[in-house]
Design a protein around this ligand. Structure first.
Ligand code: AMP
Ligand code: ZN
Length: 137
């Protein structure tokens, strides 16, 4: 399969590996947003997070939890942003699910999740919207 991240997992393309087990592979982002920017991906190829089943997603996030703690402790971070660009429209550029762990440091001056998308839609329909979503489960 012509997938950059599958090739990294297979060792066909070099990477700065941070951690690996039977389910996940973690490495440093080549264009880091902050020092220590780490990418965690499932070894199994899925294009998007929403293509994964709940079990695979749970396994991925258990690993993200473990890796984020160790990255945070090792680099003595006060915090980090952890997130996924899910789909091209959301900014996903590599079509293999991956979770970004982006270190945050005091005084870095950067924003939070709310600064990624700032559409500020109306809020007078929140009850209706929540009901529509609840009914879909
Ligand atoms: P996304 O925009 O969420 O799809 O993230 C893809 C990420 O992969 C970007 O942050 C890139 O900097 C990173 N990236 C692309 N190619 C490589 C590579 N060969 N090694 C490490 N990171 C990469
Ligand atoms: Zn892949």
């Amino acid at each position: 399969m012509d997938c950059l991240f599958c090739k990294i997992v297979a060792g066909e393309i070099p990477s700065h590996k941070v951690y690996e087990d039977e389910n996940v592979y973690a490495f440093l982002d080549i264009y880091p947003c902050a020092e220590g920017h780490t990418i965690v991906l499932p070894k199994k190829h899925f294009e998007k997070f929403t293509d994964m089943g709940e079990e695979d997603a749970a396994t991925l996030f258990a690993s993200v939890n473990k890796i984020a703690k160790i990255v945070g402790d090792t680099l003595e971070l006060e915090g980090m942003n952890i997130g996924i660009n899910n789909g091209e429209i959301a900014g996903q550029t590599v079509a293999h699910v991956h979770v970004h762990i982006i270190p945050r440091r005091a005084g870095d001056g950067e924003g939070n999740m709310h600064t990624i998308v700032e559409l500020h839609p109306p809020t007078d329909n929140l009850a209706e919207l929540a009901e529509k979503l609840r009914k879909s489960f």
